[in-house]
Design a protein around this ligand. Structure first.
Ligand code: BJW
Length: 224
């Protein structure tokens, strides 16, 4: 695996999807802890479902931007030498032309059964809590990774990071682990590391090189 790219909320910002920790961030009015933990879901399932329903609905009004499209082109050129892992739960990479996207924090368009663990396509409004199509129990939740939960595909991701020649981080604050630790892990295993972000992230000093600016400009320039 030669090139590994990690993306965060910043890559979707120019498409109109709010980031988490910028001034107009998603969590204004909604503290992260109020909606993005299993405990919050236990305490207020309807509020949490409505929060994700709103984000799912907002997705229909946005389009991929030149940064997503450029990564789609890169996958076409590099094939199996390219691995894209995103912390985002939107589908803008897929709509931008990427066919192999690894969603380490889950996906808005997927539902997870708390009883049997089955992951299924999200079908409409789950505020009414329909039963799981696999086991029939009414335990569906958004298929996203909340604080305290283990992100998806960690073994695979760490494997590709060990084999990476280049690790590129795009539009992420470096505030949330384990993704924030990927740069040091990849560098320790011999990769060159590059950050493309609007401003220096919390982890900027760990990168060999850091470029600042909007992803819609920086990513196509880097890819081409
Ligand atoms: C632009 C731009 C433009 C703007 N162009 N750029 C080690 C140390 C300390 C704590 C921990 C640790 N390990 C674990 C923890 C605990 C915790 C954690 O990290 N806490 C921190 C707050 C300290 N982590 C966990 O609980 C994780 N689980 C875990 O660690 O399990 C144990 C384990 C793991 C692995 C192996 C074995 C055991 C789970 C974390 C789950 C995070 N979930 C969320 C919600 C997902 C669902 C949802 O979307 O609702 O994921 S929280 C939220 O933050 C979301 C994001 O994916 C994530 C990261 O945010 P991101 O993408 O970086 O966005 P922002 O807003 O922070 O930054 C945007 C950036 O873009 C900014 O820098 C802007 O400048 C930039 N930008 N416009 C380019 N146009």
């Amino acid at each position: 695996m030669r090139v590994v790219v990690l993306t965060g909320a910043g890559i979707s910002a120019e498409s109109g999807v709010p980031t988490f920790r910028d001034a107009d961030g998603l969590w204004e009015g909604h503290r992260v802890e109020d909606v993005a933990t299993p405990e919050a879901f236990d305490a207020q399932p309807t509020v949490v479902q409505q929060f994700y329903d709103a984000r799912r609905a907002a997705l229909t009004a946005v389009e991929p931007n030149p940064a997503h499209v450029a990564l789609g082109r890169l996958e076409e050129v590099l094939g199996d030498d390219f691995y894209l892992v995103t912390q985002n739960i939107d589908d803008l990479h897929e709509r931008g032309g990427s066919s192999r996207v690894h969603h380490m924090h889950g996906e808005l368009r997927s539902a997870l059964c708390r009883a049997c663990g089955m992951r299924t396509e999200w079908t409409g409004d789950l505020v009414d809590f329909p039963p799981c199509p696999g086991c029939g129990v009414t335990e569906l939740r958004p298929d996203v990774v909340w604080f305290g939960e283990i992100p998806y595909e960690m073994d695979t991701i760490l494997g590709v990071l060990r084999r990476a020649e280049l690790f590129v981080s795009i539009g992420t604050s470096g505030a949330v682990y384990p993704a924030a630790g990927f740069v040091q892990y990849a560098a320790r295993h011999g990769a060159r590391t590059l950050e493309l972000n609007l401003q220096p992230s919390e982890g900027t000093s760990f990168f060999h090189e850091s470029r600042q600016g909007p992803a819609g400009l920086l990513v196509p320039t880097w890819v081409d």
